[in-house]
Design a protein around this ligand. Structure first.
Ligand SMILES: CC(C)(COP(=O)(O)OP(=O)(O)OC[C@H]1O[C@@H](n2cnc3c(N)ncnc32)[C@H](O)[C@@H]1OP(=O)(O)O)[C@@H](O)C(=O)NCCC(=O)NCCS
Length: 178
């Protein structure tokens, strides 16, 4: 069995959250190569190239599933639409991140995917707290997190966006309790 086969799959009405596969490389490279996407994340470079997507999908297979989970978000009709990950880089501090391709914004997909991932994190991964942060100039992401049940902690951390480069951007921290 290959490592990807054991990654969990989570289903919602419109979406399937599953481990990324080689076939996702092309749509990841296409949809992430957008400053409006990459510049709202900490980790996506811009421009975002095919090689970045290949390296990313390869790296997911090497992640420790006890501390990190990455889901490709697949729409039942349109196929791959975005990515979502929860990374526990510090003990008991799993942090959520996500991005969706621009053609798929504004239809509730991020909220649906985040809500499903939290259900999975509570039930299967047995986490009772999940953190997230969004750049202060990204209120849409704040709205997604609010709708999924996150609350603002009041903390604002400086974080660098690989896609934007330059100085750290104020990042509004949020927390979700199971
Ligand atoms: C932010 C992002 C995830 C939203 O995805 P989406 O599928 O459009 O999100 P949803 O449709 O579930 O919800 C978006 C909400 O934000 C609201 N919104 C959109 N633009 C907004 C703005 N400028 N100010 C405030 N709210 C805004 C929408 O009205 C909607 O809320 P509503 O349902 O209450 O009306 C998507 O735009 C994206 O991937 N952006 C680039 C990467 C990114 O920002 N990742 C998150 C990093 S923290």
């Amino acid at each position: 069995m290959c490592a990807l086969d054991v990654r969990p799959a989570v289903a919602t009405e419109r979406l399937i959250l599953r481990g990324p596969v080689a076939a996702d490389v092309a749509p990841i490279a296409e949809l992430a190569n957008d400053l409006g996407v990459a510049g709202m994340t900490t980790h996506l470079p811009y421009p975002y190239r095919q090689a970045d997507a290949e390296a990313f999908v390869g790296s997911v297979a090497r992640m420790n599933p006890r501390t990190e989970t990455v889901f490709a978000v697949e729409h039942r009709q349109f196929g791959f639409i975005g990515m979502l990950g929860i990374h526990e880089r510090e003990p008991r501090r799993p942090e959520l991140g996500y991005w969706f391709g621009r053609p798929f914004w504004g239809r509730g997909y991020a909220t649906e995917a985040v809500t499903a991932a939290l259900r999975w994190a509570k039930g299967d991964w047995r986490r009772n707290v999940v953190w997230a942060g969004h750049f202060a100039d990204n209120p849409a992401s704040g709205q997604v997190l609010c709708k999924a049940g996150f609350l603002y902690t009041g903390d604002v951390e400086p974080r660098v966006s690989a896609g934007r480069g330059g100085s750290p951007a104020p990042t509004r921290m949020m927390v979700w309790l199971a």
